[in-house]
Design a protein around this ligand. Structure first.
Ligand code: ZN
Length: 275
């Protein structure tokens, strides 16, 4: 009798716990589906620069029909700006959308979103120093993600590589996948691999590159695959390669960004003139 009563009680307890869990579960779904409220309008100059960053990297062959560029919201570090799902060279100001760091859009208006937007939200969470992020599939980077040869700085424009460019192996964190960063968990795993570095290669996929401004991340995104090409060319010549010394890289990095405004103006004019 006692055991029956206890059984009934424990049954009721389980049922109660399940209903509470179900309520909490549904509540979290409702919260997740609720669109965040906009932080407010953004300086049109920043939107213009984000559009330009996309088009410059398409013009320079760093982004193809895929890949994307984001920038942290200037008034709320818990938001970022990213285009709707569109080829970078076609992006206009009206394509730019606001997201929270869980990568929920503020106002989707029925627009389709980049599947891999979680890259941006999770790196923004993990790296408060990062203002702008690029995700690229640049072909020149692929050999360094699938071999054991590390990417090393061969010339002054790519001195930032001296900080080390880790390789993200998605199999170690998620087993067999379709290689895309489709959710928070994979985004967080990529952010873990990136750690405090300026970029991380993604094995068999591409890379993520970060920086303290749009201009800097665009510069790094141009010079990273260029360095990869030059390093492979130097290796093909045979014999030892003289890379930048860490001290040389440090001295260059101290003035990184020097003259970048001049290049940015030229890159932007050329890329924007195409439309
Ligand atoms: Zn990708």
């Amino acid at each position: 009798m006692i055991s029956k009563l206890q059984h009934r009680r424990s049954g009721r307890t389980i049922w109660f716990a399940m209903s509470v869990a179900a309520t909490l579960c549904c509540a979290s779904v409702v919260v997740a589906q609720t669109s965040p409220i906009s932080t407010g309008p953004v300086d049109p100059q920043l939107i213009e620069d984000l559009v330009a960053a996309n088009r410059i990297l398409a013009d320079q062959g760093v982004l193809d029909g895929w890949g994307h560029v984001s920038v942290r919201h200037p008034r709320d570090p818990n938001r970022y700006l990213l285009s709707r799902s569109r080829a970078p060279e076609l992006i206009d100001a009206e394509d730019i959308m606001e997201f929270d760091l869980d990568s929920n859009p503020v106002d989707a208006k029925g627009r389709s979103l980049y599947t891999e937007r979680f890259i941006h939200g999770e790196i923004c969470k993990a790296r408060p120093d990062v203002i702008a992020i690029v995700h690229t599939h640049a072909p020149a980077l692929i050999p360094f993600g699938i071999s054991k040869v590390p990417l090393k700085p061969v010339y002054l424009r790519s001195a930032f590589i001296a900080a080390g460019i880790p390789v993200f192996e998605i199999r170690e964190r998620a087993g067999m996948t379709d290689m895309l960063i489709r959710d928070h968990t994979l985004g967080r795993a990529l952010a873990d691999a990136l750690a405090s570095h300026p970029a991380a290669l993604m094995r068999g996929h591409g890379a993520v590159i970060v920086g303290p401004s749009l201009q800097r991340v665009v510069g790094r995104s141009i010079f990273l695959p260029l360095n990869a090409t030059l390093q492979m060319q130097a290796a093909a010549l045979g014999g030892p390669i003289t890379y930048l010394d860490p001290e040389e890289a440090r001295k260059i990095e101290e003035r990184e960004g020097y003259g970048l405004g001049r290049a940015w103006e030229a890159w932007k004019r050329k890329a924007m003139a195409k439309h």
